[in-house]
Design a protein around this ligand. Structure first.
Ligand SMILES: *[C@@H]1O[C@H](CO)[C@@H](O)[C@H](O)[C@H]1NC(C)=O
Ligand SMILES: *[C@@H]1O[C@H](CO)[C@@H](O)[C@H](O)[C@H]1NC(C)=O
Ligand SMILES: *[C@@H]1O[C@H](CO)[C@@H](O)[C@H](O)[C@H]1NC(C)=O
Ligand SMILES: *[C@@H]1O[C@H](CO)[C@@H](O)[C@H](O)[C@H]1NC(C)=O
Length: 450
């Protein structure tokens, strides 16, 4: 009797070990971890310049939405891609066999994945060589009748031989007039530092005629070679990889430490710290189906609850306007004009410091403070459904010295009718997009130690 029991135990042990191996192998293969760098990180810009650039970008991005959307279904579809490609974070991956590196702006506000491709008759300068499809053995053009071609708002079918007959030609534009035109192709994408995870047949745009605001400066080299759409549409990277979730964790904008984006991250990597995880539903807007809408209920500034009824500016209206979007591609959070003014006034009242004229601050709300002081600033809390975003000081004020003066600026600006939660507010916060359950979670984290 003893022997069989021992054998059984051994067998059980082997099974458990094998299972453990299988599980760890599964997670290692399934979880994709990619490095992100901040687009401004390496340029060594001074404090006020950096903030003004960010403010301008947020403004340009938020100007994209029509003030009322009584448009026909076709132009409604078009509007979903009208997103300014000013994502601040660049994700590193590779395309083709053997892999050719690309760097794409992480944009949760659009869907298409694209990079600049040879022969590139009208392309901007980039750090890396242009993607050369002749060097990839897994590259293929997608025909006009492919699903991916149909999923794009603007396509046409090439019928001229020299332009590769019967292939899908796309044009994808963004609200700041940035655009890319090229062929819709597919190839193997490789993710992760040492090429551990490869996915064949990812549809992407091979951009050959590109004009983008992140490369508007003719003399300099763009930090990115294209854009990675992380939106909710079928062509986005998370959709094509059929992941159940993805997360990003942005390190401090003013630093140069790399950030992380993960696809299908295991639960234990998320619920790691001791801080409370906050979870709020992701809301769907049929008019802009690519965006991740949250339901924002209210804002408190210090001791003041802003007098904004839930049914007014914060509500997502039937015509698709209003509402609140969380977006990795917007830098500074924007609120509708009236909400912004209420917030600014509540802030100014509790700051008790002189406000700097806005013509000197690029329209931002800034205060001047005595040199080397660290004045008290009122707390800022965003109240979402079931979740409270209690922002740390560095996630909503920006402090810098300029010619000996000390400035404290509110890193929030006035936008259009839609509120947009930008990446400035998400620094050192691990944000999880749970696509399976339509939920968004956030928890404070040390993003450089993830
Ligand atoms: C692209 O790759 C092909 C095949 O290796 C090569 O012949 C061609 O010169 C490359 N084009 C450029 C512009 O590098
Ligand atoms: C393009 O392809 C279609 C269908 O295969 C063919 O009928 C047509 O003649 C081709 N055109 C050229 C210019 O090769
Ligand atoms: C993310 O999705 C994967 C697979 O769908 C799942 O195993 C994992 O638990 C999810 N992670 C979190 C943090 O919910
Ligand atoms: C800002 O406006 C004030 C008056 O409102 C003016 O005196 C000042 O010169 C302006 N500063 C700049 C930089 O335009």
């Amino acid at each position: 009797m003893k022997q069989p029991i021992k054998m059984q135990k051994l067998a059980l042990l082997v099974v458990v070990l094998l299972a453990a191996l299988a599980i760890s192998r599964c997670t290692a293969a399934a979880t994709v971890r990619m490095q992100l760098t901040h687009a401004d990180a390496a340029r060594g810009l001074g404090g006020s310049v950096l903030l003004q650039r960010m403010a301008l970008r947020s403004k340009a991005r938020s100007a994209r939405f029509p003030s009322s959307s009584k448009s026909a279904p076709v132009s409604t579809l078009v509007s979903t891609s009208e997103v300014v490609p000013q994502a601040e974070y660049v994700v590193h991956m590779a395309v083709g066999t053997p892999p050719q590196p690309v760097r794409l702006l992480l944009d949760t506000g659009s869907d298409l994945i694209w990079t600049q491709c040879l022969p590139c008759p009208d392309c901007f300068n980039q750090i890396l060589p242009y993607f050369n499809s002749s060097r990839s053995s897994t590259f293929a053009h997608l025909p006009c009748d492919s699903t991916s071609c149909h999923d794009l708002p603007f396509t046409s079918c090439s019928n001229v031989k020299f332009l590769r007959n019967q292939t899908c030609v796309y044009t994808y534009d963004y609200g700041d007039k940035s655009m890319t035109t090229g062929l819709v192709d597919k190839d193997t994408f490789t993710f992760g530092a040492s090429g551990r995870s490869s996915v064949p047949g990812v549809a992407f745009g091979c951009g050959e005629f590109n004009s983008v605001t992140f490369a508007s400066d003719q003399t300099s080299t763009a930090p990115a070679t294209g854009i990675a759409g992380f939106g909710r549409g079928p062509l986005s990277l998370p959709s094509q990889l059929r992941v159940g979730n993805f997360s990003h964790c942005f390190t401090a904008l003013t630093g140069s430490k790399p950030s992380t984006v993960m696809l299908d991250l295991p639960a234990h990597l998320y619920r790691k710290g001791r801080d409370a995880v906050h979870t709020t539903p992701l809301v769907q807007n049929p008019v802009y189906p690519s965006f991740y809408y949250l339901s924002l209920k209210g804002i408190t500034v210090g001791s003041t609850m802003l007098p904004v009824p839930e049914s007014s500016e914060f509500a997502l209206r039937n015509d698709g306007t209003g509402g609140t979007v969380i977006d990795s591609g917007t830098s500074i959070t924007t609120f509708p004009p009236r909400v912004y003014r209420l917030l600014r006034d509540a802030f100014a009242e509790q700051m008790k410091l002189p406000m700097v004229p806005s013509n000197m601050t690029g329209g931002l709300t800034c205060f001047s403070a005595p040199r080397r002081s660290k004045p008290h600033v009122p707390k800022l809390v965003l109240h979402f459904e079931d979740a409270k975003m209690d922002l740390p000081r560095n996630n909503y004020v920006y402090e810098f010295e300029d010619e000996g003066d000390n400035f404290i600026c509110l890193a929030i600006t006035e936008g259009d009718e839609m509120s947009t939660i930008g990446n400035y507010q998400q620094q050192n916060m691990h944000v999880l997009y749970d696509l399976q359950h339509n939920k968004l979670s956030f928890v404070s984290a040390h993003c450089d130690k993830l």
